[in-house]
Design a protein around this ligand. Structure first.
Ligand code: MLT
Length: 306
């Protein structure tokens, strides 16, 4: 009977699926790397979210491992080349949390347009600062979507529903798909110079790391607002802080940070920054979806090799 280790918090439905498919599943979350290294050799499969770091060192100890299943999209916490070199398949669930993450980006868009978290804190503190929080409308504004794949395209559709003009930068977006979505496909510099709001939806790769740096920010409109619910490494946090401090960028809504868990960050406490702790995929629906999908996919692979 194949054995799977679930090392991050997954919906219990995943354990049931493994059991129903005849696979033994142990749940051990929050293991320090040394402990994971000590036990990983017993398992054929490893099911993770974003907390477990599947490094080359862990993989070297994983002598029976055949598959790593990421319940979610980003596999940047897995050393994929090291896994591939050892014949370990790395699979993700690219669709299960797309709607949820897109909805979080839209929530952040509203939050940063109307200073909702700041106004909430102020009102709870009994301040009634009605004139302090002057927002902007989304209607008729230009939304620049960087990365128009599974999540970005849902954000684009929602933006159009909010009567925004949507421009998208994505080298993989065809003109036909852009037309079907109702977005204008543009180059990055064009997006930067036209967008009132910029939202990021690309994976973190060598091509996208630091895509929003001082140079890119200098090309944006004064008063631009930036939403990042993708990966922290896409934005150079020091450069964003400088642009917020100078007043060039009017606000930023960030769900992701260069270092996570982010217990401290240079942007924390900034009055123009809205933050959430990487909640993009955190809904009951999305977590159920990704847990079920990863368990089914891993079971198929371990039982049939497909
Ligand atoms: C993902 O890559 O799927 C998201 O960042 C959500 C998560 O942390 O699982």
């Amino acid at each position: 009977m194949p054995k799977v280790l679930i090392s991050d918090k997954l919906s219990p439905a995943a354990v049931q699926i493994f059991k129903d498919r005849g696979i033994e599943a142990d749940v051990k979350t929050g293991l320090p790397p040394e402990e994971l290294k000590a036990i990983i050799g017993r398992y054929d499969g490893l099911a993770i979210r974003s907390n477990t770091k599947v490094t080359a060192e862990i993989l070297a100890a994983a002598t029976n491992l055949k598959v790593v299943g990421r319940a979610g999209i980003g596999v940047d916490n897995v050393d994929v080349p090291a896994a591939t070199a050892r014949g370990v398949v790395v699979m993700n669930t690219p669709y299960g949390n797309s709607i949820t993450t897109a909805e979080h980006a839209i929530a952040m868009l509203f939050a940063v347009a109307r200073d909702i978290p700041q106004a909430n804190a102020s009102t709870h503190a009994g301040k009634w600062e009605k004139s302090k929080f002057m927002g902007v409308e989304l209607t008729a504004k230009t939304l620049g979507v960087i990365g128009c794949g599974n999540i970005g395209s849902i954000v684009a559709e929602r933006g159009i529903g909010l009567k925004m003009k949507v421009v998208a930068y994505d080298p993989f977006l065809s003109q036909e798909r852009a037309k079907a979505l109702g977005v204008e496909k543009v180059e990055l510099d064009d997006l930067l110079s036209r967008a009132d709001f910029i939202t990021l939806h690309t994976p973190l790769t060598d091509a996208t790391r630091n895509i929003i740096d001082a140079g890119a920010l200098a090309k944006t409109r004064k008063g631009v607002r930036i939403v990042n619910c993708a990966r922290g490494g896409l934005v150079v946090e020091e450069d964003l802080k400088a642009a917020l401090d100078s007043g060039h960028v009017a606000g930023a809504a960030l769900d992701v940070f260069k270092e996570e868990p982010a217990r401290s960050n240079i942007l924390f406490g900034h009055e123009k920054v809205v933050c959430t702790p990487h909640l993009g995929a955190s809904t009951t629906e999305a977590q159920e979806n990704v847990a079920l999908q990863v368990a089914e996919q891993m079971s198929d692979y371990l039982l049939t090799g497909a």
